[in-house]
Design a protein around this ligand. Structure first.
Ligand SMILES: CC(C)(COP(=O)(O)OP(=O)(O)OC[C@H]1O[C@@H](n2cnc3c(N)ncnc32)[C@H](O)[C@@H]1OP(=O)(O)O)[C@@H](O)C(=O)NCCC(=O)NCCS
Length: 235
């Protein structure tokens, strides 16, 4: 086992989910290491589909399944699953078993000095978090998305590429924003709501609703969305 210069054991990073986003997060972790900002080594992925990396050239493999993984204290974790409900379910189970989550903040992400952030957060290259933003735990903010002044983001949200969260907008828990979605100033998006790719929310969005278009309109009822998680297009 490797020791840090202070004598502590160097923990190994496990990426939960070896899908497309998982492979992207691996690259971000490698970039952080190359920038000299990592106090962990990389172990590999957990995925219930042990063939998830078949056909990809990847220097790290799947070290086990999510269901069977035992938390031992020798690892740190980051979750790279896009679907918020699945992500929060897994992360909360791991947390209950004392798993330690780190934040993966890419060296090319911009984060204002007064941003508050939980743990298990992924900030991708060219994402921007400006002044007085509060980000919960297990949030992913993908490439080129911006969180403007005074935005609040609940636990487990997934914000895809090129999204624009404008000033004072609020996302509840487990919200999914498709690529290029916009949330207008002070608009509130309820828990587990989804904005489709390109949607522009000009008014508050109810919990569990799926909205699409400009201006964004509902396509599924709250009850339907609260039930089985059919129709997930998040990765
Ligand atoms: C909004 C979304 C989640 C809905 O998925 P779904 O529940 O499976 O919905 P469907 O595909 O059955 O579409 C239902 C209706 O909404 C329309 N629709 C779906 N997504 C839309 C979008 N983004 N913009 C406009 N209309 C859309 C469909 O055309 C369809 O209309 P119709 O009933 O008149 O034929 C999905 O289409 C989406 O936009 N996902 C975002 C994906 C993304 O950006 N991922 C980024 C990470 S890779």
């Amino acid at each position: 086992m490797k020791l840090q210069c202070g004598g502590g054991i160097v923990k190994k990073l496990i990426i939960i989910g070896a899908g497309g986003f998982g492979r992207e997060v691996l690259q971000y972790a490698l970039d952080i290491k190359e920038a000299g900002a990592a106090d962990w080594e990389i172990a590999g992925f957990l995925d219930d589909n042990i063939k998830a990396l078949d056909g990809y050239s990847c220097e790290y493999g799947i070290v086990g399944t999510v269901v069977e993984h035992k938390i031992t204290g020798e690892h740190v974790y980051i979750c790279a699953i896009g679907d918020p409900k699945t992500k929060l379910g897994i992360c909360r189970r791991f947390l209950n078993e004392d798993a330690e989550f780190i934040n993966v903040v890419h060296p090319k992400a911009y984060v204002a000095r007064n941003c508050k952030m939980g743990f298990g957060v992924v900030l991708c290259p060219n994402s921007s978090v400006t002044t007085n933003v509060a980000i919960g735990s297990f949030v992913a903010i993908d490439v080129n998305s911006i969180c403007s002044h005074d935005v609040k983001i609940g636990d487990g949200c997934t914000i895809s590429h090129f999204c624009d969260l404008t000033g004072f907008s609020v996302l509840g828990e487990g919200v999914f924003l498709g690529s290029h979605a916009v949330v207008c100033p002070s608009v509130k998006v309820g828990d587990y709501a989804k904005l489709g790719a390109g949607a522009v929310a000009i008014r508050d969005v109810g919990a569990h609703a799926t909205v699409v278009g400009v201006p964004a309109k509902k396509i599924h009822s709250a009850q339907a969305e609260a039930g089985v998680s059919e129709g997930q297009k998040c990765r």
